[in-house]
Design a binder for this molecule. Structure first.
Ligand code: VGL
Ligand code: ZN
Length: 196
């Protein structure tokens, strides 16, 4: 595939936070391995003046998704903690970047960057029609953010070389990607995007 980044394109980097990286509270295996390639995507979009959106899980300390409150996850990405910060190696641009916090109320969880946020407004008011989605976890927040984008009418490209999954059940990530393909998403790699 050969794609050219134009003014209708936005990059969405999902949940590249310390708690989701090896050594974190809810690690995605090899989650840090995709940082160099995500930085290349970020350079490419940012360099051509396209907006880059960074979603983050941003939970209050008694969040319902935590085991202590009857949820399924260990405590993770608590607002203002070290674990909730973006990985220090992630190259966050100075300009034309947006941080989207989700899962911010105690009683609601959000796996999609669109859920309970202004992401769709920010995209549509900029005339964005195509979304390029990477980050973690393939089978949770990447999946739900990409699906949310498709359901809102965006053309969605999932960055095959810029995602990692947790696979709580073996095959979860593969099933998630197959579902996205079925819904009309495309899988691309960095080499599919023209740099000229
Ligand atoms: C996520 C589990 C719990 C994710 C967030 O970012 O994929 N997974 N909260
Ligand atoms: Zn969470």
């Amino acid at each position: 595939m050969r794609l050219k980044v134009t003014e209708i394109d936005a990059l969405i980097i999902v949940d590249m936070q310390n708690d989701f990286m090896p050594g974190g509270a809810l690690p995605v295996p090899e989650g840090d391995k995709i940082i160099p390639i995500l930085n290349k995507y970020i350079d490419l979009f940012s360099g051509s003046g396209n907006p880059v959106f960074f979603t983050r899980d941003w939970h209050p300390e008694n969040h319902i998704s935590f085991k202590g409150q009857g949820g399924i996850w260990p405590v993770h990405c608590v607002q203002e903690t070290e674990g909730a910060k973006f990985h220090p190696d992630l190259k966050i641009p100075q300009d034309n970047k947006f941080v989207i916090s989700k899962g911010t109320s105690r009683d609601f969880d959000a796996y999609s960057g669109f859920q309970g946020t202004i992401l769709n407004d920010l995209l549509s008011e900029r005339g964005i029609k195509r979304l390029f989605v990477g980050g973690v976890a393939t089978d949770y927040c990447v999946f739900n953010t990409a699906l949310g984008g498709i359901n809102l009418g965006y053309q969605v490209f999932v960055l095959q070389d810029g995602i990692k999954g947790v696979d709580v059940n073996p095959g979860d990530s593969e099933r998630a990607l197959n579902k996205l393909l079925e819904k009309g998403a495309s899988l691309i790699d960095l080499k599919d995007i023209a740099s000229d």
